[in-house]
Design a protein around this ligand. Sequence first.
Ligand SMILES: *Cc1c(COP(=O)(O)O)cnc(C)c1O
Length: 360
Amino acid sequence: MIPVTKPFLPPLEEYEKYLEGIWKREWLTNMGPLANQLEMAYKKYFDVKHLLFVTNGTIALQLAIKALELQGEIITTPFSFVATTSTIVWENCKPVFVDINPETLNIDASKIEAAITDKTSAILATHVYGNPCDVEAIEKIAKKHQLKVIYDAAHAFGVKVNGKSIFEYGDVSTLSLHATKMCHTVEGGLVVTKDPDLLKKMARMRNFGISGFDSFSELGVNAKNSEFHAAMGLTTLAYADAIIQKRLELTARYDEKLKNLQAYRPTWHTQSNNLGAYYAVVFDQEEQMLRTMKHLSDNEIGTRRYFYPSLASALPYLEQKAMPITDDIACRVLCLPMYYDLSFEEIDMICRRILRVQNN
Ligand SMILES: *Cc1c(COP(=O)(O)O)cnc(C)c1O
């Protein structure tokens, strides 16, 4: 069986080394020394000033929305994981969907202004598969209309755009460190911001809104993460460059083997590069995609319809809305297996099967 994804597990001894320290200190959670060390290590790795290690990528989005005090309408993309939309609703705001660009699969920045009303408070966009949104255009629109910008950067581990970290764009970027993501802490997430005051506010909110021994400064929640998760983060971070390198090689192999496939890959931001977080293929026809998916599944090869269906039509707590480009692409897109242990031989076999379906 070849799964669509598989978590990266570092050598057990390396994780155990951190466990010995935890047993010695008897400090298990609540902003402990390993969580602190992990935050420093990520700051250095991403080359950013401020970030916080939180429970997961979903609560990272909730913290961002809450800390920015967003209200009313938030413009967002229908082509993402459900958490991008559900957190907006959870924070009592209204998601307003803007369709995607068919080449990049990111929110179409040229359609954002038409969706702005006097109730719009922010734009929440996803860097789909780690492919940067049109961050310059979004920045311009946000400035002109005084909107906040949050990027769901769950897939964008280590991504640079215009020579700097993708996290430099927007008011807050959020990252997921879930086990299925490229580099992980089992469960975990990050909020990243350039604004030190906003960071302090999110730090207090992460810890129940506690500001001192007997005082509370604001509404908070428990968004902390533990020493055990931090230990996994520190162990896997040491492999981040090797993981990326391997994924780049696997991506190149897929590109080469699938060059005769009647399908396209998302167009990448010209000032950035693909780090291989996912390998997505957009087939010409849904029927071709479904036949391919079934043939692979019959041969014990996992795939995922990432993202299907459109969030503008799939959620029972929202009014359904047609998004012509998303509705069309979500039906035709398929993510192929991609993980550190995947071999060239396995990719060759997967690609032979995909081409066999096309040529039948
Ligand atoms: C994984 C993911 C999330 C949620 O992250 P968790 O850490 O699982 O809570 C949010 N947005 C996108 C785009 C994701 O892929």
